[in-house]
Design a protein around this ligand. Structure first.
Ligand SMILES: [Zn+2]
Ligand SMILES: [Zn+2]
Length: 292
């Protein structure tokens, strides 16, 4: 038992130390997610201000600061705590004889780096697309995902407004994806992580980009705005589930973009009574269900 506790504590402290050293520029630039996230945010925000899609939307839109807080909270604070938890799980799996290599289907290590990164990106994105579908399909998961859909005015930082439980819900399939690929992230996986952050920021930004014919492959702000639509097409529990790639929605016929004015109402039926502050949003869905 002691080694489990040690693994958790060491990983927790190690991550806290890493985060602090990132802030003071004491880690290699390509692994500096703190400043990476900050710079990507400033670039996308500048583009929003310069080329706004909804021109009447304020630069400091509704809940701007709430979402800015979510961004750093979800990216760092929780990552610090959860990394310890997964170190702990890793040890447990190891002890019962499941190694990260036992599920390998595609061995990435035999490929050139660009191939490794591309496949890593695609597999991880598919795992997340599928998890996202589940978040909409099942009521007990939708309760948590409602936080992300409580955004009423869309801007880049809304990308990171989500319930802390989503960090946990996304992890199993993402981990499975990594295991299928040989159980480790490619050496330059940071390129994929930074690309995913940038694409996610753009998808939520107040900028009208559709990428032309590439829209069938790449997710975009017009398509993702409809994912946040208050009124869904009849008979669906959601549309446009794509994270970085839109291709899964076109393959599985969950795509829906009827127009591109950017003026649709966002949210979900009942969001009038949904908590508005960080604390109550993050305890939402935990505990006993109240009568609705
Ligand atoms: Zn969603
Ligand atoms: Zn979103």
């Amino acid at each position: 038992m002691e080694k489990y506790i040690d693994a958790f504590v060491n990983s927790f402290i190690g991550n806290m130390d890493w985060t602090w050293r990132s802030i003071i520029f004491d880690v290699p630039w390509h692994m500096n997610y703190f400043w990476g996230l900050t710079i990507i945010s400033l670039i996308v925000w500048t583009l929003e201000i310069t080329f706004p899609w909804r021109k009447e939307q304020s630069i400091f839109r509704r809940d701007f600061w709430l979402d800015a807080f979510y961004m750093y909270f979800n990216f760092f604070i929780f990552a610090i705590a959860i990394s310890g938890f997964y170190k702990f799980l890793g040890l447990v799996f190891n002890d019962i004889g499941i190694s990260s290599k036992s599920l390998t289907i595609i061995d990435l290590s035999a490929m050139p780096m660009w191939g490794q990164l591309l496949i890593f990106f695609i597999v991880l994105d598919l795992a997340q697309w599928f998890t996202h579908v589940l978040l909409h399909k099942y009521a007990f998961l939708w309760k948590f995902h409602k936080v992300h859909h409580s955004v009423k005015e869309m801007g880049f930082a809304a990308h990171f407004r989500y319930h802390w439980m989503e960090n946990i819900i996304y992890k199993p399939l993402k981990t499975l994806g990594v295991m299928v690929l040989g159980g480790f992230e490619p050496e330059q996986a940071y390129i994929v992580h930074f690309a995913a952050i940038s694409i996610g920021h753009f998808n939520h930004a107040n900028i009208k980009i559709t990428w032309g014919p590439l829209k069938y492959i790449l997710n975009n702000p017009v398509m993702h705005l409809y994912h946040h639509a208050y009124t869904l097409p009849k008979g669906t529990y959601g549309i446009n589930f794509g994270i970085s790639l839109s291709i899964w929605d076109y393959i599985f016929k969950t795509n829906y973009v009827p127009e591109d004015s950017g003026s649709i109402e966002l949210g979900f039926p009942g969001d009038e009574t949904f908590p508005r502050d960080f604390f109550h949003q993050n305890i939402y869905g935990l505990g006993k269900r109240k009568k609705e």
